[in-house]
Design a protein around this ligand. Structure first.
Ligand SMILES: NC(=O)c1ccc(NC2CCCC2)nc1
Length: 246
């Protein structure tokens, strides 16, 4: 997968290279990440990329030409079949389904806006799709792009040492995550649930599934309604509720 980002702050993307799964995936070439800065494609003396909005109003708007030229340069490198997305609160809400959708594009170009946004003529002509990571306004599209890139990387084959953890991640099977514990077994009177020390992997998997069901039931009951629980899951949930004395 080759992802390009059009951004006035390419150094922000370095955060993905600092460490962890994203850094390893990039080092191992599971993913290529390139950036293009619209400021490098300006044709004016002061390398301006923004101007005042027609119709008045506060702030500045990113002009068409530097962004269009940067996008075209990126597509000439990435390939003509590149899918071009713009990050904005007006976009399609990114979720686990969005991960699977965007993974289908081997070449993805993400345009990160700044100021009040980009000239609408870019959205009409150069952008294929708008995506949002949530109903809030950020100062730029870069962090939204990085959130999406991070979520995508976890699903690239071999990106995770033990591939199964991507598929057992919360929200993959529609449930919230089960609790996690590590050493020491006890501290400040807080103990690790005994089942996890039993070495009985079938019982441990059952306990984790029960905890995931119970946590989802407690925190996002609407998520549960969307799932048709199997008889076994119903049984586990009933057990959880009974044990909780709810
Ligand atoms: N919720 C989001 O995904 C999102 C994306 C971009 C953004 N701000 C950008 C877009 C136009 C200028 C700054 N704010 C929020």
């Amino acid at each position: 997968m080759h992802i390009g980002v059009i951004t006035l702050f390419p150094q922000m993307l370095d955060a993905l290279r600092c460490g962890g799964i994203t850094a390893r995936a990039l080092e191992r070439g599971l993913l290529q990440l390139s950036t293009w800065n619209p400021r490098d494609f300006t044709h004016n003396k002061h390398r301006r990329v923004d101007d005042r909005p027609y119709g008045g109003g506060p702030g500045m708007v990113m002009q068409v030409q530097p962004l269009r030229t940067a996008i075209q340069m990126a597509i000439s490198v990435l390939g003509q079949d590149t899918h071009v997305i713009y990050l904005s609160p007006q976009g399609r809400r990114f979720d686990q389904n969005g991960v699977q959708t965007l993974l289908n594009y081997p070449r993805l170009l993400m345009v990160a806006g700044r100021y009040e946004g980009i000239d609408e003529r870019l959205i009409e002509q150069d952008i294929d799709e708008e995506w949002s990571i949530g109903d809030y306004v950020l100062s730029g599209g870069e962090l939204a792009a990085m959130v999406i890139i991070d979520a995508l990387i976890r699903w690239l084959p071999q990106a995770l040492g033990h591939q199964e953890s991507a598929t057992t991640d919360s929200f993959y099977n529609g449930l919230l995550d089960h609790p996690h514990y590590t050493r020491p077994e006890e501290l400040a009177g807080q103990k690790v649930p005994a089942i996890l020390l039993s070495g009985n992997h079938a019982q441990i998997a059952r306990w984790r599934h029960k905890q995931a069901l119970g946590k989802t039931w407690r925190r996002c009951p609407q998520l549960l309604e969307q799932l048709e629980l199997t008889a076994e899951q119903q049984q586990l949930l009933t057990e959880f509720i009974t044990e909780q004395g709810e």
